[in-house]
Structure formats: structure tokens, C-alpha cells
Design a protein around this ligand. Structure first.
Ligand code: THR
Ligand code: THR
Lengths: 157, 157
């Protein structure tokens, strides 16, 4: 039950690809990411939610430098599976890293509150047991890292 | 650049809460998860994507046993922030764990392909550098774990 937030990190110069109205049946995610991998585009995080219309939204991040390659591949994929593709640049990912974080919803709310108090808008969220990552505007990156450091008493570096 | 998939895991008896058309401005995520934490509901993973209408979709998982408590809290939150809430039971999370997985989109596509070949539908995806998790129907849990074990040569246990 003990949770320790051991650090915070910022990854800048990210771009996001969002596929919307993705058909929600087996094989689609495999096809999308197989094609992307075949074109040597390196994917950072992948997030998928389901819409109420039975379709899926799949978002993933890439380094900004890979976006133009990713666009070529993804536009073709989107046409093939008949879904929409949208692209966003100038993003950053701020993360809180710890141990046993899922035992405590308190860590997520504390991180979200720190960002909210700094008026940093959270665009995407992805979590694991040891990490909570929020995708935000790149311009908010350093503010976000500082606020999260302060909120968790992580000290200056 | 070396990636090692070191294991696979299955977590069953999960339920999912999906909030749709969530207002996308600072403070909303903090409010949602603060309220949830205050009611002692333990949240497993959190996923957020953005819709094309400028609203957000936030999905999170809880142990099945917490769903009825979560529903009371979330219905009230949804009414307060004017968004929709949907609930899903009988879910499971299959994960692949490794080191340096983000260096290789190949791990994600291999996992998704293993699930696709077994006709297991992927409902949600969340990743970190060391973990890829897919939320699936609980009935598919054991099949999914076996297929992922086989795909990555993880051996019997
Ligand atoms: C949307 C996509 O993830 C689909 N459900 C699949 O299993 O491949
Ligand atoms: C939707 C929610 O994440 C909102 N963008 C916030 O920052 O709180």
C-alpha cells in the first residue's frame, strides 16, 4: 500500500497521430502498427479508447522528426481502413514515476491538480503501475515539470 | 536498441468506466480523480484521448468489486461536469512487459497480431516504455495470455 513517487520526467518535441472512427474488430490494431513498423516509424506511447458508436480512437506519439514519415504512412492506412487521421505537433510528455502507484488514486489526482493549478491542459493520459504520463503542449513543458516536482517534493535538479 | 520482452501478465475481474464528451480545459481531470479518490475507489489504469469536437474521452479501470461504488461517484461527477458515463464489466487486462520496448514498434504489432490471430478484440490500449497493456473481454483472458506467451516465446509456467 505504500507508494513512493521517485521522480518526474519531461519528454519534448513530440507529435501525436490520432485515428478516429477506427473499426473495432480483431486485426485492425495489428494492421495499423504492422504497417507503421514496416516503414520504420518509431512509436512512443499508444492509447486507445472506445467511442459510444462502437468505433475506436487510437492515438500515438512519435518524435517530431518522424511526423512527416508517419503522415505518409498513416494517411494511407486511414484511407484503407476508412477512418480519420489527425496530426498535432509541438507536444511534450510529463511523467511521474513511482512504485506501487496503482494502489493509490491519490497520485493521479495530485499530478492532475498540480497541472491544473498551473493552468496546463492535459490532452492525453496513459498510465502503468509505475508511471503516469500526461501529454501537454510543448510550451507548457517546463512549467509542468516544475509543478509536478514541487507537488511531490522531488527537489531541484 | 535491444528490446527484451521478459514476461506477460493477465489481470482479470476488471470493470471499465468511460467518460465521454468531457470538457477539455484545465482542472477537469483533477476534479474527477479527486472526487473518486475521496470516495476511496481505487483506480487501475487511466486513459485519455481527445475527440475531434474538442472534448475528451477518459476511460479508467477498477476491480469489478469496486464498480458499484464507482458508479455512484461517477454518475454524480458526470452530471456535475455535463459529460456522459458508461460502464462495462467482465474485462481483463493482458500485458507484455519488457525493457526498452519503445525503441521497437515491433513489439506492439507482434502483441496485437497475436491477439488478432486468436480473434481477441482489443478494447483499450495503454503503454509505457516497459509495458503494453490491452483491455479485452474477460472471457478471452486465458486465450490472450497463452497467445502472447507463444508469440514471444515466453515458455510455459
Ligand atoms: C480498434 C482495434 O484495436 C481493434 N479492436 C483490434 O482489436 O484490432
Ligand atoms: C479532459 C481533462 O484532462 C482536461 N483537459 C484537464 O486538463 O483536466
Amino acid at each position: 500500500e505504500r507508494i513512493v513517487v521517485s521522480g518526474a520526467a519531461l519528454k519534448s518535441k513530440l507529435a501525436r497521430v490520432t485515428l478516429r472512427n477506427v473499426p473495432n474488430h480483431p486485426g485492425i490494431a495489428a494492421r495499423i502498427f504492422h504497417t507503421i513498423a514496416r516503414h520504420d516509424v518509431v512509436v512512443d506511447d499508444i492509447i486507445q479508447t472506445l467511442g459510444d458508436g462502437g468505433k475506436a480512437t487510437i492515438a500515438f506519439t512519435v518524435d517530431l522528426g518522424e511526423l512527416s514519415d508517419a503522415k505518409k504512412v498513416v494517411d494511407e492506412i486511414a484511407a484503407g481502413i476508412k477512418c480519420q487521421a489527425a496530426y498535432e505537433e509541438k507536444l511534450a510528455k510529463v511523467s511521474v514515476v513511482g512504485i506501487g502507484m496503482q494502489m493509490h488514486t491519490g497520485v493521479a489526482e495530485k499530478m492532475f491538480k498540480a497541472l491544473a493549478d498551473a493552468k496546463v491542459n492535459i490532452q492525453n493520459i496513459t498510465t502503468s503501475e509505475i508511471r503516469i504520463s500526461c501529454l501537454i503542449a510543448q510550451a507548457d513543458g517546463h512549467t509542468a515539470l516544475r509543478c509536478v516536482h514541487d507537488a511531490f517534493g522531488l527537489g531541484k535538479k
